[in-house]
Design a binder for this molecule. Structure first.
Ligand SMILES: Cc1cc2nc3c(=O)[nH]c(=O)nc-3n(C[C@H](O)[C@H](O)[C@H](O)COP(=O)(O)OP(=O)(O)OC[C@H]3O[C@@H](n4cnc5c(N)ncnc54)[C@H](O)[C@@H]3O)c2cc1C
Length: 617
């Protein structure tokens, strides 16, 4: 139960910047750096492994910069579990989410010998394909390239080294036989047909952010990033707008295009995540308690099946496949080429961040878990506990989020939380923002253009980097007892100092998400108060001992919390997750297996944690 009362401590009165002119405000917004009263005790500049800026002083005033729900990720590892050869220790450096994406390298883009065959629009027919190769013979990649509107990259191509890369540098040693950059559903059909004829393993790739590297394989990567158009059907004056989004679109481009037309789609924060993986696994984001998961807003999708058909799936057509595609996870049933979403008029938006001293960490987390279920749907928040890794300084805790409404309503909604914590925050920021800029801030791209908020391989102006991380996940259904709270803070403090970063991010669920029945879509975790992400990261060139220590921290931390948690999030797919099918899908597993058996009886879409065609013994 929450302690009652509001304003039980002395802290903050926020001087809020005027609303931006384009939203009807009088002057340009000063955005998330809206100034606080100078009587605040703002912590010194510092960034934990999750990269949360702790605030800084500016012109004599305390200022606070809101950072997104977290500078979440550095990456996980996949089934391959490869260790890199390294020569020097690289302690985990503090960084924010933007820095996270600015680290080295480049993800697969396009290249290779593109052989244009003219338009091959998506259809609903079996593929009109005759590929001049010998069935069962070695794959003739030139023949495939000739059949595609897009291109095929093989190891002998100069672009191969970049084209094969995923977001996580841990998978850089994976060497697919070929990467097909598809431009149409027909291209995808031809790739599936080709791979099946030659017995070549295949996998779909959209944004390439799979935590386990499951969008690569030794055979053919079928890349859909050439299909990334975003088209809004009507403008913000309609409350019933929809958007058709190509399966290879990245979140930053989606939010930018939708925002410019006055509508939004709830989704994740990482700008370079692909819409396909995000949607198929669920899609938790900063507007989720108000508008639901990304998959809850899905109206229909087009998908190429293992037998080469293009199926449109919605509530009336192929409803089982439509059900399975909302939370069943990417890569299981076919290759999606296009999604149609319901989109929403953009409301007022407020961003907030509240920091407390680490000494209050158990009180803050306990209060947050108790407060969130009763908070308005308009409010989404997460609670981030972040070690400082090897950067020095102590661990940190903060609550940050987005309010789909006014600053005044946001401030009022935060008051019970502060009262419940008891201890005074070290800083609080609440300020108005436009949707487009809010999503750029959440992406860690507040100082960048949309073009810059990409990997260099995705956009010539891109300035973001890939990352090296591992993660696990679980759900919180009941508020934590004291022992669980202590286990959390002990684990984060225990990763401090170490040559790797360790963090726990509690993402808010509930609200609109919880009002969807657990059996209404494949996403089963509807009763969760929060999802936890256990997260560790280290330098890409750190010695294997650092990676091993980071993974050991991850395993011991998730194990320590296991008695108090349930399930796991398939979008934080984890090769080390025991009993992963039940963890990801719970009571929906049996129906998912039925759908798999019906649509892919030969298990063509197979990977280490894919849904099987029969219920496992
Ligand atoms: C930095 C970072 C931040 C993240 N932030 C969030 C967040 O805020 N909220 C959240 O919910 N999740 C978040 N995630 C997790 C993310 O949703 C998943 O990693 C998601 O699977 C990534 O999708 P993708 O298309 O980028 O990845 P990919 O690696 O391309 O694909 C993921 C899986 O889907 C399959 N797949 C890809 N394309 C298709 C297709 N067209 N049809 C069928 N299957 C396909 C792949 O084979 C693979 O199994 C984040 C991940 C990272 C790395």
């Amino acid at each position: 139960m929450l302690p009652g009362g509001i304003g039980g401590n002395q802290v903050t009165s926020v001087i809020v910047a005027p609303r931006p002119a384009w939203r009807g405000g009088a002057t340009a917004s000063t955005g998330p750096s809206a100034r606080l009263r100078s009587d605040q005790n703002v912590g010194g500049e510092g960034l934990g492994p999750l990269g949360i800026a702790r605030g800084h002083r500016h012109d004599g005033d305390a200022t606070y910069r809101h950072r997104g729900p977290l500078a979440r990720r550095r990456v996980s590892h996949g089934g391959a579990g490869r260790k890199r050869n390294v020569t020097a220790v690289q302690p985990a450096q503090p960084f924010d989410r933007r820095q996270l994406f600015r680290r080295a390298g480049a993800l697969a883009a396009v290249a290779g010998p593109a052989i244009l065959l003219g338009a091959c629009g998506a259809g609903t027919q079996p593929p009109p394909v005759t590929i001049p190769t010998t069935i069962g013979g070695p794959p003739d990649w030139n023949a495939l390239a000739t059949a595609l509107r897009g291109s095929v990259v093989v190891p002998s191509d100069a672009s191969y080294g970049t084209a094969k890369l995923l977001f996580d540098t841990r998978f850089d040693a994976l060497d697919p036989a070929a990467i097909a950059f598809c431009q149409s559903a027909s291209d995808v059909q031809r790739c599936v047909d080709f791979a099946r004829r030659h017995g070549v393993q295949l996998t779909a790739r959209s944004g390439g952010h799979s935590y386990a590297g499951y969008s690569s394989c030794p055979g053919l990567i079928i890349d859909v990033t050439g299909m990334s158009d975003v088209t809004v059907s009507s403008n913000s004056s309609s409350s019933n707008s929809s958007a058709v989004i190509g399966a290879g679109a990245r979140l930053v481009d989606i939010y930018s295009t939708l925002g410019s037309q006055g509508v939004l789609l709830p989704g994740g924060s990482c700008p370079t995540v692909g819409i396909a993986g995000l949607t198929l696994g669920g899609g938790i984001g900063v507007l989720g308690r108000r508008y639901g998961l990304t998959c809850d807003n899905l109206a229909s999708l087009d998908l190429v099946t293992a037998d080469g058909r293009v199926l449109t799936c919605d509530a009336e057509h192929n409803p089982d496949l439509f059900w399975a595609s909302r939370g069943g996870g990417g890569g299981n049933f076919g290759i999606v080429t296009s999604f149609t979403f319901q989109v929403h008029p953009i409301p007022d938006i407020a961003l907030f961040t509240v920091d407390w001293p680490w000494a209050a960490a158990t009180d803050v987390l306990g209060a947050w878990l108790g407060w969130l279920p009763a908070a308005p749907d308009e409010l989404w928040a997460n609670c981030q506990l972040d070690s400082s890794g090897g950067a020095g300084g102590g661990p940190s805790i903060k609550i940050t989020g987005v309010y789909a409404g006014s600053v005044a309503d946001c401030t009022a909604a935060l008051a019970p939380l502060r009262a419940a914590v008891g201890a005074a925050p070290s800083s609080q920021f609440v300020g108005p923002e436009t949707y487009e800029r809010a999503m750029m801030i959440e992406a860690g791209c507040e100082d960048l253009s949309v073009a810059q908020c990409h990997l260099p391989s995705q956009n010539p102006a891109g300035t973001l980097d890939r990352s090296t991380f591992a993660a696990a996940s679980a759900y919180v259904v009941d508020p934590f007892p004291a022992a669980a709270l202590t286990a959390v803070t002990g684990a984060v403090a225990g990763a401090n100092p170490t040559p790797f970063g360790g963090a726990m991010i509690f993402d808010g669920y509930g609200g609109t998400i919880a009002r969807v029945p657990a059996a209404a879509s494949a996403f089963v975790h509807r009763d969760a108060i929060a999802g936890i992400q256990y997260f560790t990261s280290w330098g890409a060139s750190a010695p294997s001992s650092v990676a091993e220590a980071a993974l050991a921290w991850l395993a011991s931390t998730s194990e320590a919390l296991a008695p108090y948690t349930t399930g796991a999030y398939v979008n934080y797919i984890d090769p080390a997750q025991p009993d992963f099918l039940n963890a990801y899908y719970g009571a929906n597993l049996a129906r998912l297996v039925d759908v798999k058996h019906a649509v892919d009886p030969d298990d063509v879409f197979h990977f280490a944690q894919s849904i099987p065609t029969v219920v496992p013994g």
